[in-house]
Design a binder for this molecule. Structure first.
Ligand SMILES: NC(=O)c1ccc[n+]([C@@H]2O[C@H](COP(=O)([O-])OP(=O)(O)OC[C@H]3O[C@@H](n4cnc5c(N)ncnc54)[C@H](OP(=O)(O)O)[C@@H]3O)[C@@H](O)[C@H]2O)c1
Length: 316
């Protein structure tokens, strides 16, 4: 089937949750889903930022239904927030998909930990999403849904094996970011193996947006307001960079294209920009030994055990 990221199939009646949807890739993924008729649960950690993003969607998609999106407070670095948000999503019935997008892209220079005691980049990007997807499994199974994890080409540039996922030793901002993305992708592929083994009707897919920058992205009040100097700097990278609007294409395709299958890896054509294509992920992220090890680690660090084998919760 030819896929046109500018003209998605009709998604009326479908419900998706997007994490970190108030700006960046999460905002544009939400916008594209709403434009195709889906109902989007837009989540973020600040009510005001979510309101600004939902207002932007209403301004830019004037024929969208007034209730095309709904807000959900969710801080992926805080396990209590994850559990509470997941409970409210489960309570509303089946879920067609979750885009596990929220993330710290510019990691702190010095190691920080969350209220739960985990290294903050790993917690935000990987552990919170592991816990969220596990808590949402009954709702996803009820709709034969899909989860999409955010990988990154940085995992091929420096393929760290997270033998010390919490980075107790040798912390650096780059290592924290790349390790969190190795962990996210490896857990996403491991989830696919475990879902298949359990015979659950839920697909786990990993996607990445290439190199997508705010300075190459349309200005939208309250969502993307880069300074002139950022626009200038980002435009110098035009041959290898794209907008976050275009970066969201691969994430949305991974989430909604009926031909995408669990265990696949999707990203832009040249790996840094372009239309979505199926690709091969970094070897370390595909290694089942690494996946199983990180899964055990995530279970212990979050206390969340995915309810494999539990009957899907059907909407009342
Ligand atoms: N841009 C790229 O080229 C690129 C490349 C590879 C992978 N990625 C991945 O794509 C994802 C999105 O990146 P982006 O470029 O769109 O980044 P971004 O513009 O910085 O947006 C990050 C989003 O995540 C949210 N977020 C951060 N910490 C959070 C937390 N604790 N709880 C809930 N939400 C939180 C932010 O919300 P606030 O406004 O509240 O901070 C924001 O909505 C990330 O996972 C990133 O690793 C991006």
């Amino acid at each position: 089937m030819t896929w046109d990221p500018r003209s998605l199939p009709d998604l009326s009646g479908h419900v998706y949750l997007v994490t970190g949807s108030n700006r960046g890739l999460g905002y544009f993924a939400s916008e594209q889903l709403v434009r195709a008729g889906a109902h989007v649960i837009m989540s973020g950690r600040h009510p005001n930022r979510l309101s600004a993003a939902r207002a932007a969607i209403r301004r830019r998609i004037t024929d969208a239904a007034p209730d095309a999106s709904e807000p959900l407070i969710l801080d992926t670095s805080n396990l209590a927030s994850v559990r509470s948000a997941a409970a409210s999503v489960r309570g509303r019935g089946g879920l067609d998909g979750v885009l596990l997008n929220a993330g710290i892209v510019h990691a702190p220079k010095v190691r920080e930990t969350t209220i739960d005691g985990n290294e903050v980049v790993l917690a935000t990007n990987a552990l919170g999403h592991y816990a969220l997807a596990g808590e949402l499994l009954p709702a996803l199974a009820a709709a034969a849904g899909r989860m999409v994890w955010l990988g990154s080409v940085s995992t091929s540039l420096t393929p760290y094996d997270p033998v010390d996922p919490q980075l107790a030793d040798r912390y650096s901002a780059w290592r924290a970011y790349v390790q969190s993305k190795v962990a996210t992708a490896a857990i996403g592929f491991e989830a696919d193996r475990r879902l298949r083994e359990a015979g659950m009707p839920v697909a786990s897919v990993v996607a990445h947006p290439g190199y997508s920058t705010g300075g190459r992205t349309p200005g939208i009040a309250g969502v993307n307001e880069p300074s002139r100097s950022k626009r200038f700097r980002d435009n110098l990278q035009a041959p290898i960079a794209q907008s976050k609007e275009h970066g969201a294409w691969s994430l949305v395709r991974a989430l909604v294209d009926p031909e995408v299958e669990g265990g696949e890896f999707w990203g832009p054509r040249t790996r840094s920009r372009g239309e979505p294509r199926k690709q091969t992920a970094a070897r370390v992220t595909r290694d089942p030994e690494v996946g199983a090890r990180l899964w055990d680690f995530a279970e212990t660090a979050t206390g969340v055990h995915w309810p494999f084998g539990v009957e899907p919760r059907r909407p009342a």
